[in-house]
Design a protein around this ligand. Structure first.
Ligand SMILES: Cc1ncc(COP(=O)(O)O)c(C=O)c1O
Length: 373
């Protein structure tokens, strides 16, 4: 199998899409930071509030659940967090998953049954795509934010139910769909709206309640993760009590997987209280973004881009890699995003800001942007 895999790896290398687990760019940035005498600056994490490395203060819950929820892996920390998340988001219930990937996989495959139709934005995250692939429903992939295509897909005759699935804040383009319009289309066509708010909860909206809440939209299914603004790990799906019971029965990534860590659930409960009142951190994040606007002006960014994710479209993979290397040489870690994660010809560098970046950090990022030839 060694030789077989080497051949396949060679093919990835030839296509310019091989990712090296030794992370040469991280090494390069690490050594550059040492040489310059500055801290390594990570500008590619989804840790928007900068809470990732804060110690866990909820020490009274066990780290492991010991079993799946259905075979008595429930700890009191799980339903407590589920109630708090549902109430924060104005939904009837919530169900915890071990990751956002597992939540999306299990939710889509569990909800969209044979005869149903799933209308999925072309730029949806891989976990939503994989959920669609596992589902027995038929899947219509619509061009990014193309409402006429969504309408056409919903108007077509179908045997079962229709589900429209989108992200609220697209992580590679940093844009947001017209959520009220999607919700209205779903209402008039008897469809349900599924919104993944992985990158928007804690970052946008009143009390960090996300972009649906900011737009006064209540999706039928709202997915969030604890791995990004919460700085932890795990995820949740919110909706009606019936949705929770359905997923409890039918989301295979939930049923057949050890329950998420009770310790992290207890910690998430504590962080949720702080997250709701983290307006000062959210304001810092917005001002960090504003401060970089002049340095960003010479780069192409996606239409409708907003918020802490800064995708700089370079076009070729080589150009994206060169800009990422330029950042690494300044001791700054950014990601070059290449096809197939983004369409061919749209290779980019993706910077993400967080609320703990100091003015020195932002000045370093600005200088690196300005000095790129
Ligand atoms: C939109 C979206 N949904 C879900 C996920 C997966 O979440 P997790 O990292 O908790 O598995 C990601 C992760 O990057 C994401 O960008």
């Amino acid at each position: 199998v060694k030789a077989l895999l080497q051949n396949r790896l060679d093919a990835l290398q030839a296509a310019g899409i091989l990712r090296d687990p030794a992370e040469p760019l991280r090494e390069r940035a690490f050594h550059a930071a040492q040489r310059i005498g500055v801290p390594l600056l990570n500008a590619s994490s989804n840790d928007y509030l900068g809470w990732r490395s804060q110690p866990v203060s909820a020490a009274d819950a066990p780290p492991g659940a010991g079993a799946s929820r259905l075979i008595y892996g429930t700890d009191p920390a799980h339903p407590a967090l589920e109630r708090e998340l549902a109430s924060w988001l104005g939904q009837g219930s919530a169900l915890l998953f071990s990751s956002g990937y597992a939540a999306n996989l299990g939710t889509l495959a569990g909800l969209a049954v044979e005869g149903d139709v799933v209308v999925s934005d072309a730029l949806n995250h891989a976990s939503l795509i994989d959920g669609c692939r596992l589902s027995k429903a038929s899947v219509v992939v619509v061009p990014h934010r193309d409402y006429a295509a969504v309408e056409a897909a919903l108007a077509a005759p179908r045997r079962g139910h229709a589900w429209v699935v989108t992200e609220a804040y697209f992580s590679m383009d940093a844009d947001t769909p017209d959520l009220p319009r999607l919700a209205a289309m779903c209402r008039s066509r008897g469809a349900s709206l599924i919104v993944d708010e992985a990158h928007s909860l804690g970052v946008f909206g009143p009390a960090g309640t996300g972009l649906c809440a900011a737009a006064h939209v209540k999706p039928d299914v709202l997915i969030g993760t604890l791995g990004k603004a919460f700085g932890l790990q795990g995820a949740f799906v919110c909706g009606s009590a019936e949705l929770r019971t359905w997923l409890w029965n039918r989301a295979r990534s939930f049923v057949f997987s050890t329950a998420s860590s009770p310790l992290l659930a207890a910690e998430a409960s504590q962080r949720l209280i702080r997250l709701q009142s983290a307006d000062a951190e959210r304001a810092l994040l917005a001002s960090a973004e504003r401060s970089l606007a002049p340095a960003l002006a010479r780069f192409q960014t996606p239409d409708g881009r907003h918020g802490p994710v800064l995708p700089l479209i370079l076009g070729t993979e080589a150009a994206a890699a060169a800009l990422a290397a330029h950042f690494a040489d300044a001791g700054i870690l950014v990601q070059a995003i290449r096809p197939p994660t983004v369409p061919v010809g749209q290779a980019r560098v993706r910077l993400t800001l967080n609320a703990r970046m100091t003015s020195d950090d932002l000045a370093r990022i600005g200088a690196a942007l300005e000095s790129y030839p």
